[in-house]
Design a protein around this ligand. Structure first.
Ligand SMILES: NC(=O)c1ccc[n+]([C@@H]2O[C@H](COP(=O)([O-])OP(=O)(O)OC[C@H]3O[C@@H](n4cnc5c(N)ncnc54)[C@H](O)[C@@H]3O)[C@@H](O)[C@H]2O)c1
Length: 366
C-alpha cells in the first residue's frame, strides 16, 4: 500500500457518519449513492469531487484502493463480494450477511482476492468495551463465565423513528420493513466476541411478534419474519454462557453488556439507571472511562455516536491497510459475531431447539 489509502464511500445514510477525510493517511477518492440528495451530502461532507450513482460504477474506478459499504443489510454480502472481486479492500456496515451461505461466500471472496475485510461494528469500539477488553487481556477478569449482551430499540412508545425508517421518502418499503431482530445480532454478540474472542457455538432462542402489526409475520414482509423480539441463551466454545437479546418495540433503549468474570464484573450504563462500573476482587472499582481520544490522530479527536466508536473504526481500517495487517474486526471475527444471530433466528422459528453454529474459522476453534 502507498502511504495514502484512496477510499470510495457507498451509502449516504449511516455512511456519512465516518471520518475518512480527517485521517492523515486517507483520501476520499469518490462517493456513490443512488439517491441524488444523499450523493450531494456525501460529496460535501467528505470534500471530494467525484460521485457515482451506483457501487458498480464506483468499482470501475482504478484509483480506488478500498470501499466503505454502507448499503442496506440484505445487500451487504453481494456488495462486499463485488468490492473484493474488484481487487479492493472492503469495510462494510454490520452484519456480514443474513444467511450462513453468504457468510461463507464473503470469507471465500476475501481469501481468493488477498484483500482486507473489516466489519464496522460499533460495539467493538464503545469506550466501555475497549476498557473491558484491555482489562480482560491483562487477566483481570480471569474467564468471563457469563455475559448479558443486548440491543434494544423502541419503535412504538414515542420512539417512532425506527418505524419511520420502514419507508423511504417516496413511500416505498425499505429493507428495514419487518426485518428480523436476530438477523441484526452483532451489536449484542460483538460485546462478547469482541472482548474474549470466544465463539458462540450452541444457541437456543425464542421470539415474539405482534399479531396486529401488518409488517410483522409470515407473508407480511420479504423475510417472512414473524418476530420483533428475540431472546436467547448461547454457549461458547469454552463452555461459557451468554444471554443474548435483540428486540425492537419494547420500552427500553440501548446497546449494552454486563460481563461476569471469575475475578471482576463490568456493567455498562443502561436506560434503567445502571451506572458504569467495573468491580474487581480486592481492587478499587472503576467508575470512569479513560480518555481514549488521545489514541487517535489529532485531526480525528472528536466525539461521535454509538459510544464514541466511529473515529476508532475509521482509524483502525485505514491503519490496518497502511500497516499491511488484518484489521481488528476481520472477516472471521465479523462472521463470529454474525452467524450466531442467523442460527438464533432459525432456532426461534422452530420454537427454541438448541442448534449448533458451524465454525467459519480457518482453523476450527481458533
Ligand atoms: N451502529 C451501527 O453500526 C449502525 C447504525 C446505523 C446503521 N447501520 C448500518 O449501516 C447500513 C446503512 O444504514 P442506513 O441507515 O444508512 O440505511 P439506508 O437504507 O438509509 O441507506 C443505505 C443507502 O445506500 C444506498 N445504496 C444502496 N445500494 C447502493 C448501490 N448499489 N450503489 C449506491 N448506493 C447504494 C441507498 O440509496 C441508501 O441511501 C445498514 O447496514 C445499517 O444496518 C449500522
Amino acid at each position: 500500500m502507498p502511504d495514502k489509502v484512496r477510499i470510495g464511500v457507498v451509502g449516504g445514510g449511516f455512511g456519512a457518519a465516518f471520518q475518512w477525510h480527517l485521517h492523515p493517511n486517507c483520501i476520499v477518492e469518490a462517493v456513490a449513492e443512488m439517491r441524488p440528495e444523499r450523493r450531494q451530502r456525501l460529496l460535501e461532507l467528505y470534500g471530494c469531487e467525484k460521485a457515482y450513482a451506483s457501487l458498480d460504477e464506483l468499482l470501475t474506478d482504478d484509483r480506488i484502493d478500498a470501499v466503505a459499504v454502507f448499503s442496506g443489510v440484505p445487500d451487504h454480502a453481494r456488495h462486499s463480494i463485488a468490492v473484493m472481486d474488484a481487487g479492493k479492500h472492503c469495510i462494510c456496515a454490520v452484519p456480514v450477511a443474513i444467511t450462513l451461505d453468504d457468510c461463507a461466500a464473503v470469507i471465500a471472496a476475501k481469501e481468493r482476492n488477498s484483500v482486507r475485510y473489516m466489519m464496522a461494528e460499533t460495539s467493538y469500539y464503545r469506550w466501555e468495551t475497549i476498557l473491558v477488553r484491555e482489562l480482560y487481556e491483562a487477566g483481570e477478569f480471569g474467564d468471563v463465565l457469563y455475559s448479558e449482551v443486548e440491543y434494544y430499540h423502541p419503535v412504538y412508545d414515542g420512539h417512532a423513528e425506527r418505524k419511520a425508517l420502514w419507508w423511504d421518502p417516496e413511500g416505498n418499503r425499505t429493507w428495514r420493513y419487518g426485518f428480523a431482530p436476530f438477523l441484526y445480532p452483532t451489536h449484542s454478540t460483538g460485546f462478547l466476541v469482541g472482548v474474549t474472542r470466544e465463539r458462540l457455538t450452541k444457541i437456543a432462542a425464542l421470539g415474539w411478534g405482534p399479531s396486529d402489526d401488518p409488517g410483522v409475520g409470515v407473508g407480511r414482509n420479504v423475510y417472512d419474519n414473524p418476530f420483533s423480539v428475540g431472546a436467547s441463551l448461547m454457549q461458547t466454545d469454552r463452555g461459557h454462557l451468554c444471554r443474548c437479546n435483540v428486540m425492537w418495540g419494547i420500552h427500553a433503549h440501548g446497546e449494552r453488556a454486563q460481563w461476569f468474570g471469575q475475578y471482576a464484573a463490568a456493567y455498562m450504563p443502561g436506560c434503567a439507571g445502571q451506572p458504569f462500573v467495573v468491580q474487581r476482587n480486592g481492587k478499587p472499582d472503576i467508575t470512569e472511562l479513560p480518555d481514549y481520544l488521545q489514541r487517535l490522530p489529532e485531526s480525528m479527536r472528536l466525539q461521535s455516536g454509538h459510544g464514541g466508536s466511529h473515529p476508532f473504526l475509521t482509524n483502525e481500517f485505514v491503519n490496518a491497510l497502511i500497516e499491511d495487517r488484518e484489521p481488528a474486526v476481520n472477516v472471521y471475527e465479523a462472521v463470529a459475531m454474525t452467524a450466531p444471530g442467523i442460527v438464533a433466528h432459525a432456532s426461534a422459528l422452530q420454537g427454541g431447539p438448541q442448534l449448533d453454529v458451524p465454525s467459519f474459522d480457518r482453523h476450527s476453534g481458533t
